[in-house]
Design a protein around this ligand. Structure first.
Ligand code: DGT
Ligand code: CA
Ligand code: CA
Length: 377
């Protein structure tokens, strides 16, 4: 999880973009399941007159009648005048609560995580899948299922070699869809997109491109950055030429407390005793701890991840009372969490395929003489 990754590593990445379906309207359905089969519309009322304001979002039932985000409420009502439908005001604190729960489930998968809005995030699944797109698809299914089972929320997932394509891909099979675009399909995938599908391309850029005779993503891919630079500026020209070739170097931006250090290993052979599992966990902890020591940091939250034979994913997190930079504490807690996970889920040791340890809520330890046994005051 170093900051400077090589080109080779960039090419092997597997990035997920996860976008919750018809988010505010779905949140309303979660607490009022009777809304599920009727068109429901969540609105921002301006308060001037009874129906003044705009549609914030609506469920897919309402979309069948042509209702869309940003549409005046009056127009939406006229589209739904012959059907039984429901119009509701937004309840942001409640949507944020659902969002936090879902984001926590996603983060528990234990890799690099970046939340971009209340209903969207990116996650790097390179390590956990060993850069294998078939495994990634199974993970996407499992992730969708975890969120659905735990909070009844559906989402759509784009799986791709970079953030740009993952973002576009998540919008393709909505709702509850998964779209996988492999590295070798990236350029072809982009050539099937419209220029406006590229995030960051607005009507202004679109117009400028038109005036240069550029109408499709494919047209852009035949240009050089140099040719587009004068009309669009270096930054946008670079973004567009790269994007049209299926390339995007941007990295997952880890913010604040979501910074974490983790390692997941694939077991070379089936484990038959807890002793074997213990040795593996201790060696993972050793490597994670070395990383922590190098960064001169302490951790507070510890997550154990088990990936089973069928790629089912079991994880459990524990928050320590105080920050710690002790390898003994890391070992001791990892083993007790693991023991608890195995027993409470009745997991037979021989079906464990991968084991991961992730520490998070990291904190710098500056001016400490010894990193060992460091505790926050
Ligand atoms: P989708 O297409 O299934 O992802 O549907 P949404 O509703 O999740 O659409 P998205 O992802 O573009 O937006 C996420 C939330 O942001 C959405 O539930 C409500 C809010 N939102 C989106 N567009 C607008 C808008 O034009 N005005 C307002 N006030 N809120 C919006
Ligand atoms: Ca959404
Ligand atoms: Ca969104």
């Amino acid at each position: 999880m170093s900051e400077n990754i090589s080109l080779n590593e960039i090419e092997k990445r597997i990035i997920f973009h996860i976008d919750f379906d018809y988010f505010y309207a779905q949140c309303e359905e979660i607490r009022r399941p009777e809304l599920r089969n009727i068109p429901s519309v969540v609105c921002v009322y301006s308060g001037r007159e009874e129906d003044s304001g705009v549609v914030s979002t609506c469920n897919y039932e309402a979309r069948k009648y042509g209702v869309r985000a940003a549409m005046p409420i009056k127009l939406a009502k006229s589209k739904l005048e012959d059907v039984h439908s429901i119009f509701l005001p937004t309840d942001m604190p409640y949507y944020h609560e659902i969002s936090s729960k879902a984001m926590r489930i996603i983060q528990n998968y234990g890799e690099l995580f970046e939340q971009v809005s209340v209903d969207e995030c990116y996650m790097d699944f390179t390590k956990i899948t060993n850069s294998d797109f078939d495994d990634a698809r199974i993970f996407a299914v499992s992730l969708q299922k975890s969120i659905k089972d735990q909070i009844k929320l559906t989402c759509s997932i784009g799986v791709a070699p970079n953030k740009l394509i993952a973002k576009i891909a998540s919008g393709i099979n909505k709702p509850n869809g998964i779209t996988v675009v492999r590295q070798e399909e990236a350029k072809q995938f982009m050539s099937n997109c419209r220029i406006e599908d590229i995030p960051g391309v607005g009507p202004k850029t679109s117009k400028k491109l038109q005036s240069l005779g550029i109408k499709t993503v494919s047209d852009i891919s035949h240009k050089s950055i140099f040719e587009l630079r004068d009309a669009l500026g270096y930054k946008i020209a670079t973004l567009l030429v790269n994007a049209s070739n299926g390339i995007d170097y941007s990295q997952i931006k880890i913010r604040g407390t979501s910074k974490q250090i983790g390692k997941i290993v694939t077991l070379k052979k089936d484990c038959t005793s807890f002793e074997q599992v213990r040795l593996i966990v201790e060696s993972i902890c050793k490597s994670v701890f070395e990383n922590l020591e190098n960064k001169r940091q302490a951790f507070r939250v510890l997550t154990l991840i088990l990936i089973l034979e069928n790629l089912q994913h079991v994880s459990f997190s524990k928050s320590l009372k105080l920050h710690s930079a002790s390898i003994d504490e890391l070992n001791k807690n990892s083993l007790s969490i693991l023991n608890e996970m195995i027993t409470s889920n009745s997991i037979s040791l021989d079906i464990i395929r991968r084991i991961g340890v992730v520490i998070s809520e990291l904190k710098d330890i500056s001016g400490q003489d010894s990193l060992l046994n460091y505790f926050e005051n």
